[in-house]
Design a protein around this ligand. Sequence first.
Ligand SMILES: [Zn+2]
Length: 874
Amino acid sequence: MLPNYVGAVVLLVGYLLAGNLMQDIENERAAALLDPFGMNAVSLVTKYWTPVERNVALVGLDGLMLQNRLIWMAIGLFVLLAASYRFRFSHVASEGRRWRRRAAAAAAVEAEQPARSVRLRIPRVSRSYGMTASLLQVVTLARQSLREVVGNRYFVAILGAGLAFLVFSADQVGKLYGTTTYPVTYQVLEVLGGTFALFVLIIITFYAGEVVWRERDVRIQQVQDATPMRGWVPFAAKFIALSLTVALLQGVVLVAGVLTQAVKGYSNFEIPLYLQTLFGFYFLDYLLLVVFVLLVHVLANHKYMGHLIVVLYYVVMAFSSQLGLEHNLYQYGSDAGTTYSDMNGFGPFATPFFWFKAYWAAWAIVFAVISNLFWVRGEEAGAGWRMRMARLRFGRPQLTAALVATVLILGLGGFVFYNTNVLNEYRTSRDAQRHAAEYERLYKQYEIALQPRITAVSLHVDIFPERRDVAVRGTYRLVNRGEAPIDSLHLRVPHRAEIAQMAFSRAAESVHADEDHGYYIYRLDSALAPGDSLSLDFNIAYVTRGFENRVTSTQIVENGTFLNSGMMPSFGYDPGAELSDEESRRKQRLEPRERMARLEDDAARRNNYISRDADWIEFEATVSTSPDQIAIAPGYLQREWTEEGRRYFHYAMDTPILNFYAFLSARYAIHRDSWNDVAIEIFYHPGHEYNLVRMTEAVKKSLDYYTREFGPYQHRQVRILEFPRYASFAQAFPNTIPYSEAIGFIARIASDEDVDYPFYVTAHEVAHQWWAHQVIGGNMQGVTVLSETLSQYAALMVMEKEYGETRMKKFLKYELDRYLTGRAFERRRELPLLRNEGQGYIHYQKGALVMYALRDYIGEEPLNRALSAFLADN
Ligand SMILES: [Zn+2]
């Protein structure tokens, strides 16, 4: 039977390896041929098919598909022939030849000695049935079971397959545009620990059955069952043996990880992080699983039925969210998620992880008690008999354990529930849809209500990284830019914000306050005439309390806070909060909705696509944070001071900006440089120095090219700010570019072949200072051509100057691949670039290709002349 499992594992490894190769377009063909099941060949053939093609076309048996089938049919045939050639009806009884030889040798030695009578002294045995004896039994049994699992050559085979897979995965660490990252510990752990998890799962699933059936498989159960052994001893021993096996596997990952780093010439081995992750986070998960799988095998009392149930359990767990069991309190062993960041460690994820696991550990105690009660001992195995035995075994210790576990489950479960559902808001995905639909039904009517525009923003933001809180005091100046008077103000405040004060400078009466949807209506005593203005003073706070069912609020964290203007009060109905997915709209009985206003819709031109309640604003902010952190906002630093143990920064902007700003705070190191009179500063996490020079070069070359070709830069400074990898994008605010640690800070440009994407991303974000922050489109189809597509084009030009046309080809190949695969997942319709509705694969990838081609057709100089004339006109 075992060779079958091993065969299955080998096939699986082949499939996984091929899948891994598929991720880089350079290797897809090899991957498609390597996959024994042909599934990668099917994916590759259909990769660029549009949804329509997917619905109607068939995969033909030709080309790659045919080659793959021929290769694997030939291999299959060969294996079949080899097997039939070697097949014998006779059967060797013992394990191997070596054993027989040794037995024969022993027999020969015995035969040579003449028989002599020996007086035997029978040892005096003191019988002991105490705790010490039981523990000794546990140790002995556990050692035997462990030896049996680990010493088994099939275990070695599975482990070998896993290791081969590890070596292979190690090569794929963090690939983007075919370029890898430095093998920092968390990445290596995620890739290796993640891929190896499957093998750990296979080993737990399979060997739990083996150890439970160990005595019965070799038919010595009657001997063992007759020994004076306490009921809990075998379970404890087998649990320990499996746990040690898992620990051993984690050790293998650790060694493989360190070796991977060493081989790749990286020497910052963060052993504590390895231990924490492998023997903390991962190991706890596996232990919970071991208890559950043992329980299944004890209850099922049929090895293969047990395996089947465990596999079914994995399937059910994978789909439990779809079955409506979304809360982690329903999913055995689950937690609120974990993401490690170099900047912020396990940050907000560690505490909920601990509490969820404690809760599930209490369940594991219950499972262990049940396993002990139903452990099969003796020949009788009928259900009735086992029930009777269980009742007999249910003594005081079992009762105590069960009671303690129940109290823990209720206590910990209650505590978790209090955190996730009382202190924080818990919504199932259906609740969330209903909530969005409700918002639309209630307030869509106000979409056209004329609202004043924000023209000046002055903020005082206090960030408390340790508590994960932020308090905002602010003043908006509002002007009626319309032609009619405004008699009521529609204020929106994000639902999570706690409002301490909202005060308008004119008498206004609150006539509607809907905290749940964050929608407030104030009626002005005297209407705001066209051209007239008023101001709003507000005071709001975001406070972190307890933990969520799934950690989502990662804006305010201990090191690496990044929050943006979306958390501030705003005016008027926001169609962006409507349900956009057609399917969920239908479920909520909402009318179908256009993704964006049509290009011909003149009314839509009233708003730019960044904010609906402002055009250009004056901006000024004071930000405070912990004394060891630096806080940043758009604008120029006016003053920095310390007061009552907190660090304050006052920023002011000297030119009008979009109503789009961000606040960041972290323990930063600063890399400084300059271009002409523009200061370049990169605020980065110490240790992430790898690409600072590249990024600085990109800023300089971009400023060079853009100022020459498009027009002057409107600021005196460019700042790049690293933030934790809870999101992986870069974003351009006025003179301020937050940039995720995940997309460039640890990229490793090792050869001339590699795509320098830190350079490219930087050039793209700098380009936004022209294409978005100097000219911005109306909130309608095609608007992102002006921001994203033109930034792509600008960055392409800078990169081409730096790296030449050959490397551009490689880059554009990836862009083409991403465009075509993006298109394959379009849910509505692919529109021409000019009418795109914010679809990334169109405005980024297709946009880059189109602009590059346009440059080829009409030439760089005329194209740039047109662009700079356009910029000057607007
Ligand atoms: Zn962009």
